[in-house]
Design a protein around this ligand. Structure first.
Ligand code: ATP
Ligand code: MG
Length: 389
């Protein structure tokens, strides 16, 4: 039988509240594997043991899904067989084929937790090493710096042969830091921001502003596909779609063109504030990156930030486009984000946006029009959709 061992990442370093993190992690792991069949779960020494309960479970697929679970530092598959040297010797070589074929050197490391096992660890290491050499004559033993270390553990309930350690998603479990609201456009950046903050334990829901008929149904579908993709990391996402048309028209009728973007961004935040008030979100997340475009200069960010009633997390702030794009490719959002359908920002984009807007000026301009009734109306018409992994 093959099992999966999940080693904690950062959680291993937690003190008093380690248990809370462990419980959230375990819940997330169960949720992720639910569709694959029955598993049993146990915990020991900063490791979660995941054991399939039937033969037909696809362990490879389970590992693939677990690779997106934050809080897991490393993943290791392990073959569990009877504690009999003949069996160990027969099973180890074929089980480890893929890593041993690629390697030039190896060593066997044995751990004997069950002292009733008749061979001592050094004997087991030597004897098994011999069998491996017979099966793969191209290999050489190197006890100091081997390409592959074969770890064999003799435990109470069987002998464990461990395969290669795969690096996990890292971070801390989704939900262990609370809930936050992501401003999700259809672009490349904001989905990456969601991934990064989920990695820090936030349960992320999203708000999207659209301006039909200036924006099309396709733009909406694009944002929904992004949410679907993100559930691999975020588990569940609630998406709020706000109709922003009248507000955008009001901005365009009542402010100088160069201020459109910054005022629009501030109104987005004001609506997001209310969503936070009513739904227990304690932070906002955006995909802004310092200096990327005119609306993301320090002055513009300062003006936008002042409209927020909650901390605004901008995890991409210090990253360049190449770094952001690499993550987008890794998490599978890049292709969707690259579809051409425009979101609401592009439509009213000023030809020469103000790169150094001043807050007093912006507030002065905003006073020329009473946005409050339109904000209320947009808020009352919000559409909600759920996405589950
Ligand atoms: P992205 O690639 O995420 O669209 P961007 O580089 O295009 O970002 P902007 O258009 O300036 O940058 O948007 C900055 C941030 O504002 C976005 O990352 C997103 O968090 C938020 N935002 C922009 N447009 C919308 C929208 N239509 N709905 C929700 N949030 C939005
Ligand atoms: Mg955008």
């Amino acid at each position: 039988m093959e099992i999966i061992m999940l080693k904690y990442g950062e959680i291993a370093l937690k003190g008093q509240n380690k248990r809370t993190f462990e419980e959230i992690l375990l819940k997330n792991i169960r949720y992720r594997l639910k569709s694959l069949g029955n598993f049993s779960y146990s915990r020991m020494q900063s490791t979660v043991y995941v054991e399939p309960k039937s033969e037909d479970i696809d362990i490879g697929l389970a590992v693939e899904k677990l690779l997106a679970v934050f809080g897991i530092g490393a993943i290791q598959r392990s073959l569990v067989i009877p504690k009999d040297f003949e069996i160990i010797a027969k099973e180890a070589a074929p089980y480890l084929e893929s890593s041993l074929k690629r390697a030039k050197t190896f060593k066997v490391e044995a751990k004997r937790a069950d002292k009733r096992f008749p061979m001592k660890s050094p004997d087991l290491q030597r004897e098994l090493g011999g069998k491996i050499l017979e099966a793969y004559p191209h290999l050489a033993v190197d006890v100091h710096d081997p390409d592959v270390t074969i770890l064999v553990e003799i435990r109470d309930n069987g002998a464990y042969i461990n395969s290669e350690r795969i690096t996990g998603a890292g971070g801390i479990p989704v939900g262990s830091s609370g809930k936050a609201l992501l401003l999700l456009s259809g672009g490349i950046d904001s989905p990456v921001a969601a991934y990064m903050m989920a990695k820090r334990g936030l349960k992320v829901d999203a708000v999207h502003f659209e301006s039909p008929p200036y924006t099309t149904e396709r733009a909406r579908i694009k944002v929904e596909s992004l949410c679907e993709k993100l559930t691999a990391y975020c588990s569940e996402i609630k998406l709020y779609c706000v109709n922003f048309t009248e507000l955008q028209e009001a901005i365009s009728d009542n402010s100088p063109e160069e201020y459109f973007t910054v005022i629009m961004r501030r109104l987005m935040l004001k609506i997001s504030n209310r969503l936070c008030d009513n739904n227990d979100y304690h932070a906002l997340i955006t995909g802004e990156s310092l200096g990327q475009v005119a609306s993301q200069t320090l002055s513009a960010i300062n003006c936008t930030d002042k409209a927020a009633a909650y901390p605004v997390f901008r995890p991409l702030c210090g990253m360049d486009k190449i770094e952001i794009t690499n993550i987008a490719r890794k998490i599978g959002t890049f292709e969707i984000s690259s579809l051409p359908y425009e979101d609401c920002c592009t439509i009213f984009t000023p030809r020469h946006p103000k790169t150094k807007p001043r807050l007093i000026e912006v507030e002065e301009i905003e006073k020329r029009f009473d946005y409050e009734p339109l904000i209320k109306k947009a808020f009352s018409e919000i559409e909600i959709k759920f996405f589950r992994f």
